[in-house]
Design a protein around this ligand. Structure first.
Ligand code: URP
Ligand code: ZN
Ligand code: ZN
Length: 462
């Protein structure tokens, strides 16, 4: 069965234009133009009059069923990806994260098994390196051969995920030799631990100090260091969840010098701020993530970065932990609150409501940061992230006329709260397709567990 979407406004990262889109029964886009006729009576036909026809979004940063800080993020590969597609996202990148002492392949194989039979849309992986050994070094090239050409390291979470500078640099050189790209969580973990211990010694154990342990300058310092090490290792660097003006400035200095540095921010850093940490009744725990929410002035810097093109991608860092029984692990000590918040379903509609509908950014910019740039940076260009001939028919028909609110009551994530509870929402994905197959109809999920495939990606050519 083919797919014909008629009368919509097609949006690419460059332009918007009125056109019909036809995809064949192999799920590939075959024609884009005015007045296309359906090829057979079997085709799925959608009238998208008054709606946008955009590429299915790509979330470059998710943590599905992540074992972390003594708990496991509460969306599995079915629930998390149902939430994704209902929010217009048709490809997710998940981080494969093991523990110190483990080899990469030893972690990767069971991790990949978690998605099979469950994923409702396509997915790819970034392989985390949380330790360094001859064994890990020897496995890097094999991971790239298996189609995972992006890696992840952390400069924080000391004792668990953090790499010190020497192993970090060795790791960078090995990834560069295998022609991979490195993504990095860049906040100074030593500063963080020292400040956190100090607060606890002073009896300040509540959520109101979470963000004070990871000041913007600790993020900027780790950005600078990671950027310099990547320059020495002669490799591209992708900095995940950038939160603040100070870190952006470090990145922009490097880019101005000609270094290949990519900036990701996440939707929460554009819209939420550190006042949330002072909420009463442990409510601040709902917003405990790392790096923390920042100042309103940092939000403004990130919006400007999106407008000017110095922020390249927008992810979610979707890492949901329930308020009822997971966040309370740190009730008496904020250091033990599982770090992470949900957002996989809300990202596109939030960016539309508070970015496009407010006139901050164009619809093409939304497509650029949520679809095209993640595809291009992570070697999925031509396949995902664009409405173009030969690309997978991963398509989100976004209805800007729909009005509602964000709420835990209507979300698909298994998390028991929504960071944007009651916030007005403009528009929603009315129909969503993955490789031409319908997964959302009239805003409701109608896909199939196990339809999603792992996307193998080639090595880089730098
Ligand atoms: O708080 C967060 N972001 N939790 C997930 C792990 C990470 O650092 O991305
Ligand atoms: Zn992180
Ligand atoms: Zn993350």
């Amino acid at each position: 069965m083919g797919l014909l979407i008629k009368n919509g406004t097609v949006v690419t990262a460059e332009v918007e234009f009125k056109a019909d889109v036809y995809a064949d029964d192999a799920g590939k886009i075959r024609s884009i133009g005015l007045g296309l006729d359906k090829a057979s009576g079997q085709d799925d036909v959608v009238d998208a009059e008054g709606q946008y026809v955009m590429p299915g979004a790509i979330d470059p940063h998710t943590h599905i069923a992540l074992p972390f800080m003594g708990s496991v993020s509460c969306d599995d590969w079915y629930d998390g990806l149902v939430a994704a597609v209902c929010g217009g996202t048709t490809t997710v990148f998940d981080f494969v994260i093991g523990s110190k002492g483990q080899g990469l392949l030893e972690v990767l194989e069971p991790w990949m098994a978690k998605a099979s039979g469950k994923a409702v849309c396509d997915y790819a992986y970034h392989m985390a390196v949380v330790d360094w050994s001859a064994r890990i070094e020897s496995e890097i090239a094999e991971v790239v051969r298996r189609g995972i050409s992006s890696f992840k390291t952390f400069t924080a979470y000391k004792g668990a995920l953090m790499l010190e500078d020497e192993p970090l640099f060795r790791c960078m050189r090995a990834i560069a030799a295998a022609k991979g790209i490195l993504t990095i969580h860049a906040v100074n973990g030593d500063v963080l631990n020292a400040l956190a211990d100090r607060f606890v010694c002073e009896g300040r154990t509540g959520t109101d100090v979470h963000h004070l342990c990871q000041p913007a300058e600790a993020e900027a310092e780790a950005n600078y260091r990671a950027i310099k090490l990547a320059e020495l290792a002669a490799m591209p660097l992708y900095i995940v969840h950038t939160t603040c003006d100070a870190a952006l400035k470090e990145q922009q200095t490097a880019v101005a010098r000609g270094q290949e540095v990519y900036c990701e921010t996440c939707i929460q850093y554009l819209l939420l701020d550190d006042a949330s940490y002072s909420l009463p009744d442990f409510e601040g725990a709902k917003f405990v993530l790392s790096p923390p929410l920042r100042k309103v002035s940092d939000q403004a810097a990130l919006w400007k970065g999106i407008q000017r093109g110095t922020v390249h991608t927008l992810g979610t860092d979707h890492a949901p932990f329930r308020f009822k029984d997971q966040k309370p692990m740190g009730k008496d000590d904020f250091r033990k609150i599982p770090n992470g918040i949900p957002g996989i379903e809300e990202r596109v509609s939030l960016l539309y409501t508070y970015g496009v509908a407010t006139g901050r950014i164009s619809m093409s910019k939304l497509v650029e940061v949520c679809c095209s740039a993640p595809a291009r940076i992570f070697n999925l260009g031509g396949r995902k992230g664009s409405i173009s001939i030969g690309a997978d028919a991963d398509i989100c028909v976004y209805d800007p006329r729909w009005e509602g609110t964000f709420s835990a009551k209507t979300q698909h994530s298994k998390c028991d709260y929504n960071c944007y509870e009651g916030w007005p929402r403009r528009g929603r994905p009315s129909s969503v397709f993955v490789r031409g197959k319908r997964v959302v109809k009239d805003g409701q999920f109608c896909g199939q567990a196990g339809f999603g495939r792992h996307l193998e990606r080639p090595a880089y050519k730098y």
